[in-house]
Structures are given as C-alpha cells and as structure tokens.
Design a protein around this ligand. Structure first.
Ligand code: PHE
Ligand code: FE
Length: 287
C-alpha cells in the first residue's frame, strides 16, 4: 500500500498514476492471471463472503485475461462511484490516502512471474485487483474504504499512522466475517493467497478473535508469514459503526499510553472463536 520514503519515478503523473498499458501484457502474463484466477475461483465460493462473489460477477471479472482498468472503473463507477488507477508500486502514504478519500483504488499493473506464483513481497495486479476490487462494488464496504482514506489523512496529521495501519491490516487485508455459525473470508491478502485462504479458516494454529477497534489498533502484525491472529467482524455494517462513526482524535493519545499487543496475544476480554495452538508459527521459527 504505502511508504513514506519514496521518490516519484519519472513518467508518473503528479498523483503517481501511470497508464495501465493493457496492450503490453504478453500471452504468458494473461495465462498467469487465468491460472491464479482458476485456482482461487474454484475454492473460494464456499469460503468467501458472498458479496465478494457478487462483485466478481457485477464487474465481469469472471472472463479470462487480465482485467482492463478502464472497464473495471466504468462498472465500478456505476455500482459505487469507485475507480481503479495504476501506479508503479508502493506510493507515499498521503498519496495512497488521498486516492482512497476520492474513491480511487490504486493498483499495481505488473503480474508475478512463474517463480513468484506462491509468494511475492510486493503486491501485484492479482493481489490488488482480484483481492481488493470485488468488494469495492459493495456499497457498505466502498464507504468504509473511502472513510479509511479520509481517516488516514487525519491520522497522518496526528502522527498516528501506525495504529491506523493495523486497522487496515486486520480488516481490509486479513479480515474474517461471521455468517451465522460460520466464519468467512473477506480480507484481500487472504483471498488472493491459495495457502492462506485455507489456513485462515481451517488451521488450528491461528487465533480467531472478535473484532474490537482499540484492541486491533494495539496489535502488531506479521508481514513475513501467515497471520497468528485474525479478527472477525459481525458484518460490514458493524465495521462501519465501529470505525466511521467513531472520532479517532481522542483515541490516538489514549492508545499511545497503552501497551502494544503481540501478534499471538489472547486477552481475558477477547471474544474467542479459536484460541490457536500457534503450531504453524512455532514450526516456522524452529526452522
Ligand atoms: N472515524 C475515523 C476518524 O475519526 C476515520 C476512519 C473511518 C478511520 C473508517 C478508519 C476507518 O479519524
Ligand atoms: Fe493489499
């Protein structure tokens, strides 16, 4: 998403956008998209929140080939007033937030190579577009993303981006949602990953805890492996209630005085769906 220490590369516009240059994708790159799409689309229907599948359909993302941003934007615009724009890679935080606040989602235009099929560090077009864009067709989630952008510009001013970034991580990227008795996926970092789409729901290793705004904003996260804790929202409406309808200004100084929480912490006050064994994280660190 964002990084503060970046220089705008030559050839990018003032707002860091670049043309997608859709005609430049090779047949092998389209085939990589199709491969990743097939793999996720086969497994996700039973696991992902139905709004995600609905988004794929509304945006006609079920057709083969790397999607054309102009066409996605046209359909998104009709659904929720959002657009998708291309950027060269990570962009500065303020640029990222400003796009979101104006209902523009910034996406990388490159696609991973065959060697990077199961792991890559920088988000590519499959993560950014397959993972993030379908839910932007949902009006409630679309409003959350815009509010997050506005909140980011505000948090920037308060010097509190760290706690706000955790909220993004544990919702937009790695969120779970409760549906009746079942848990479903909605975070883009999960739904664009074959391994984590299974791990996040089925593995006994991670904690699955009820979403609580201040709790989440105090919790560290991992960028090098599957998450050790997932937070479960009750609905997108509830997520909006807990975030958009809360003024974060008095919250930031309070959070600064409270201890931060480890990636695997479980507190007496947590609403526990799974108290994880953390076997996966332990096996990894023993290696
Ligand atoms: N309500 C937050 C604020 O007062 C903004 C926000 C909304 C942040 C939604 C994140 C998500 O700053
Ligand atoms: Fe992402």
């Amino acid at each position: 998403m964002a990084d503060a220490s970046l220089q705008r590369p030559e050839g990018t516009a003032e707002d860091w956008t670049i043309p997608q240059d859709w005609d430049r994708y090779s047949p092998a790159e389209h085939a990589m998209w199709d491969h990743l799409f097939e793999r996720q689309a086969g497994m996700l229907p039973a696991r992902v929140v139905p709004e995600f599948m609905e988004g794929l359909k509304v945006l006609r993302m079920t057709r083969p080939g790397i999607p054309h941003f102009d066409e996605l934007s046209e359909r998104l615009m009709k659904a929720t007033g959002w657009q998708v724009v291309a950027v060269p890679g990570l962009v500065p935080e303020s640029v990222f937030f400003d796009h979101l606040a104006n209902r523009r989602f910034v996406a990388g235009r490159f696609i991973r190579t065959p060697e990077q099929r199961d792991y890559l560090q920088e988000p590519d077009i499959f993560h950014d577009v397959f993972g993030h864009v379908p839910l932007l067709a949902n009006p409630v989630f679309a409003d959350y993303m815009q509010a997050y952008g506005k909140g980011g510009l505000r948090a920037h001013g308060f010097g509190s981006l760290d706690s706000l970034a955790r909220l993004y991580w544990y919702t937009v990227e790695f969120g779970l949602i409760r549906q009746g008795d079942a848990l479903k996926l909605y975070g883009a970092g999960i739904v664009s990953s074959y391994g984590e789409s299974i791990f996040a729901l089925d593995d006994p290793s991670p904690n699955r805890l009820g979403f609580d705004l201040e709790r989440v904003m105090r919790t560290h996260y991992r960028i090098d492996d599957y998450q050790q804790t997932y937070f479960v929202i009750d609905s997108f409406e509830d997520l909006l209630r807990q975030t958009v309808e809360t003024d974060f200004a008095p919250l930031y100084p309070r959070l600064r005085n409270e201890p931060e929480l480890a990636t695997d912490a479980v507190l007496p006050s947590d609403r526990v769906y799974t108290h994880g064994t953390q076997a996966h994280a332990r096996a990894k660190s023993a290696r």
